[in-house]
Unconditional design. Structure first.
Length: 279
């Protein structure tokens, strides 16, 4: 095969390829399958899923209801075991719950008898880590999510969006290697959800954590992610990977850009073709 690049460009390309080959991905999923027993035989939730997520990358997953998105996240968090295949975090297999994984669910799941600061410190208490050294980290995170003045308030005194920001701070307090987010803004109203998208982007740009974000909203996925993984109806498989090249930081006005609309339309067209549709 004849190279068409000049010598310098060829050297750069080879160097970049070698660098990528020597880099351990933050998340690696290989030939993952998961099934459950059912009345009419075994039901396959996930089928031969493979993908990687680079260190510090923001990846979103979209797919129709029941396609196995949440099952995938539970396997990545160590709460479920796959029937086949392997998932790794920084090259180490995930065989159960791990301290270096943070999870944010659709519901904030805050303990009503603990203050905001005490809720953020919950993983520190559970893991029996030094409380004094992590207290400053917790306060810094509350400042990061704009809740520094609510540290001693209780969940009932916060709005839904504020509670979800507490949940994000709690998931970050023990400095996890990756953050898994399962439709964290799905229960919020449209305006609060847009503001939370802006907040999450800002937090990610400051902390650069590896994030895997599950959502039913295609526009939300395109707005937040570097790449969007598209899943088929059950049994869930990865049918496409869409790269999002819109410059950051993205603003709400970015949703009006031609390239944003084109990315959303391209992903949505795949669900139209299969007779399914996400929001």
């Amino acid at each position: 095969m004849t190279l068409t690049l000049d010598p310098i460009r060829s050297l750069v390309a080879l160097t970049e390829n070698e660098s990528r080959s020597n880099t351990v991905d933050a998340i690696s999923v290989c030939e993952l399958s998961k099934g459950y027993p059912g009345r009419e035989g075994r039901m396959n939730a996930l089928q031969e899923i493979s993908f990687t997520v680079r260190e510090g990358e923001f990846v979103a997953i979209v797919g129709p209801s029941g396609c196995g998105k949440s099952t995938l996240l539970k396997i990545l968090s160590g709460l479920l075991s796959p029937c086949k295949g392997e998932v790794c975090l920084r090259g180490t297999p995930i065989n159960g719950p791990r301290r270096d994984i943070g999870v944010v669910f659709q519901s904030p799941v805050l303990l009503p008898w603990r203050s905001v600061l005490e809720n953020v410190l919950l993983p520190i208490d559970v893991q029996r880590l030094p409380g004094d050294s992590h207290r400053k980290s917790a306060l810094d995170l509350l400042n990061l999510v704009g809740l520094q003045d609510f540290a001693h308030c209780y969940p009932r005194e916060l709005s839904g969006g504020m509670q979800q920001r507490v949940a994000i701070a709690r998931a970050l307090v023990h400095d996890p290697a990756m953050l898994l987010m399962d439709e964290p803004f799905g229960a919020l109203d449209a305006m609060t959800r847009e503001q939370m998208n802006l907040e999450l982007q800002r937090i990610w740009l400051e902390r650069k954590k590896t994030i895997l974000f599950i959502t039913h909203s295609i526009p939300e996925a395109v707005f937040l992610a570097d790449r969007v993984l598209v899943m088929t109806p059950r049994p869930g498989r990865i049918t496409d990977v869409a790269s999002v090249t819109i410059p950051r930081p993205r603003r709400l006005e970015s949703m009006n850009l031609p390239e944003f609309c084109a990315a959303v339309s391209s992903i949505r067209a795949q669900f139209h073709a299969k007779g399914t549709l996400d929001a």
